[in-house]
Design a protein around this ligand. Sequence first.
Ligand code: AGP
Length: 625
Amino acid sequence: MCGITGYIGDSQAAPVLLGALKKLEYRGYDSAGIAVLDEGTITVRKAKGPLSALEEKLADAVITGSLGIGHTRWATHGEPSDINSHPHTDVSGQIAVVHNGIIENYLSLKEWLQTREVVFRSETDTEVIAHLINFYYTGEKASGGMPKPGFGEPPLLRAVQNALERLEGSYALAIAVADYPDRIIAARKDSPLVIGLGQGENLIASDIPALLPHTRDVIYMEEGELAVLYRDHVELINAQGGRVIRAPSRVEWDAEAAEKGGFAHFMLKEIHDQAKALSDTLRPRIKNGGIVFEEFDFENFSFEACAGEAKRIVITACGTAWHAAMVAKYAFEHFARIPVEVDIASEYRYRNPVPGEKDLVIIISQSGETADTLAAMRLAKKGGNRILAITNVVGSTLAREADLTLFTWAGPEIAVASTKAFTTQLMCLYLLALKLARVRSRVTEGAYRNYIDELARLPLLAEELLSKQKLIQRFASRQFNKTKVFFMGRQFDYAISLESALKLKEISYTHSEAFAAGELKHGPIALVDKNTLVVAIATQTALFDKIISNIKEISARGGASLVITWEDNPFGPVADEVFTIPKTLDPFSPMLAIIPAQLFAYYCSIQRGNNPDKPRNLAKSVTVE
Ligand code: AGP
């Protein structure tokens, strides 16, 4: 998804903007550009392709100026090309805009502007914003409201406000205007934007890693807000036009946490981060042997009361987060004996769901900015449900709009393919399931404490498992050319099969699917031949025999098989390969069983010559539908 940034300060803007854009690369992009303002002129440089293509263009000319905006574009309207790349300018070239989001009514705005002789250069929705601002700004100037820096509401701000009022859809915007060399204007609606407060410089960006080389003091912009960034201060204006004072938040995690730390790729680093991340998610919530959610001690939402009363849990999310929800269904039903409904957010939002008065609605999202997930949350809220969010991003829209938020504390996840966010989401969900089980007296105090002790062992077991990564690497080097890879399992293992298949298809571009092992004979077996690899996830001991039969059926048709299972297992004689994981309780297996599958996807991707951190066509944060 697009990344935007802006800089105003004493340094040269171009290198700062390029540095910030590099930190936003993880979001996925197909082109990039910057606009720098100097002595009343805005210079724009943009290029299709990686940032290095833009850097090459910039190498030809020295671009001076200490105010600028920058963008990495992930094409939605118009193909990836130099022309469609941002920044976009108005007809005069005096107003430059970078945008993340989608302007849904851009076609009608474009037609309206064209009737006023505006000539469009690109196929993007964003270009209308630059022209609209120009339209209102020219009007303001013509009516006598000439710019008076530092004096009341300048015509520029009014022009931006008027333009924004015409926009339907989502946007995070940074705007530079030649008449105003002392400020950048930023605005947000349904797309994230964070302000970085530096010493004699201020910045704006879609995400924190872009700000960290300059500052740890940040302000998260709220829905509908405008910000005016000067060199030495920042003004915030809410949707009603009122001034807002908001204390900055301090970013506590290290810039290094967002770097590769010696690993070849962010994805590999993040797979290895999981042991620590699981621990970071678990530890703060364990007090005197029990589970305590200190974040839930709010007057209007007692988790205990809500959980105790809940007749049903509804969980909705997208992609990997939806797979975490699938695992949670088994965990909540197993431990707390409460019915759980799981829905993909994009389905939930359009299927006219029936909210139950006593539903507990859980929304899961690593980024907290996924458009479908936010829409599902707002729908559930409108239906009168209380919302419990699980997210990794402090200050995200989800965290700010939910009634309660459980943070996953996984640290920044940069690789597009989610790994540590998934396992830490699971940890949060298991903590909730066990707490709920205890609140509803579904487990004894003794059993509850034993379960918690076992959860606390998982980070160590994950570490042990990760030390065997070479075995998976070797296996991947033999199997990466398979044209079809299927994952199968039962119950918890079915949910992990879904996530395993997604990982493999995302980064290795291998056709992979998951199915419940019991479904093998109902269709998927027709596809099994000698080009097929079937990976069975087998951690539910009571169902081992069933999986043995499934594997025999696959071998009989020439398919190769790998089983991911406990150390003590019966699969050696039937499967081609067995990869073992250290033993924990069967229902806790998902937090471990997914790790070999993540590694397998990673190494297949490497073998195929792909960049696992930036898979084609995918974006880290899907902030549009
Ligand atoms: C995960 O590997 C994917 N990149 C994707 O499915 C992701 O989980 C999904 O887009 C949801 O993102 P979120 O957790 O940020 O809401």
